[in-house]
Design a binder for this molecule. Structure first.
Ligand code: NI
Length: 210
């Protein structure tokens, strides 16, 4: 049987300096399946030291990454995809309808660099099963219209829910389960939680739920 395995997880976060800087970097999940090296949300530049260390520990090189799955096309989740030049990039098809150049004089340029570095792009709609059914794809467009969530069945750590910025922090999750927040995210969460062993938060450390 072809197994799916979590290789490593680098928890995301943010760096905040009042009134000046609020720099986010997303959680990075690295998986291995049938000789493929899959990175979900490559994250942002502040993770580069951790990438150096973690890739060395696992005997990996950036060129070894075969697949990059994106929850959505925001810079703090996608920037480090520039390092994985051999990878197929998976993104929701509605990303095509966004004008990233309009995001700002500087942001427009950075988005162009990152997006132009993608040589192979695979468009998703939601509803797909990837990697022999080990990764299920959900269209969860409430944070950004191209936002996807992934339910990953691994053999070594059980089922991971990677819900991108629907679940940025543990606090958000507690707000939802304590009924402070209702709506589409809650409905989605309830529909998948029965299968989830660990929640991967996009800007916080993960939480084992069963
Ligand atoms: Ni975002």
């Amino acid at each position: 049987m072809r197994t799916m395995r979590l290789v490593f997880l680098m928890a995301g976060g943010s760096v905040y300096i009042p009134d000046r800087v609020n720099a986010y970097f997303s959680t990075v999940v690295c998986l291995e399946h049938d000789g493929r090296v899959i990175v979900v949300d490559p994250g942002n530049l502040p993770s580069i030291d951790e990438y150096e260390k973690t890739f060395k520990e696992h005997g990996l090189k950036p060129e070894d990454v075969t697949d990059v799955l994106l929850t959505h096309v925001h810079l703090d989740h996608i920037f480090n995809s520039i390092f994985f030049e051999n990878a197929i990039v998976y993104v929701h098809e509605s990303f095509k309808t966004k004008d990233y150049k309009s995001f700002g004089l500087f942001y427009g340029k950075v988005y162009s660099w990152v997006i132009d570095s993608w040589k192979n792009v695979e468009f998703l709609k939601g509803g797909e099963s990837l990697f022999g059914g080990k990764v299920r794809v959900f269209h969860t467009p409430w944070h950004a219209r191209e936002h996807l969530s992934y339910l990953v069945h691994t053999e070594n750590v059980g089922n991971l829910l990677i819900a991108g910025d629907l679940l940025p922090t543990r606090l958000k999750y507690y707000d939802i389960i304590k009924e402070y927040e209702k709506g589409d995210s809650k409905v989605f969460l309830e529909s998948v939680m029965g299968e989830v062993n660990t929640i991967v938060f996009s800007h916080d450390s993960p939480l084992e739920v069963k």
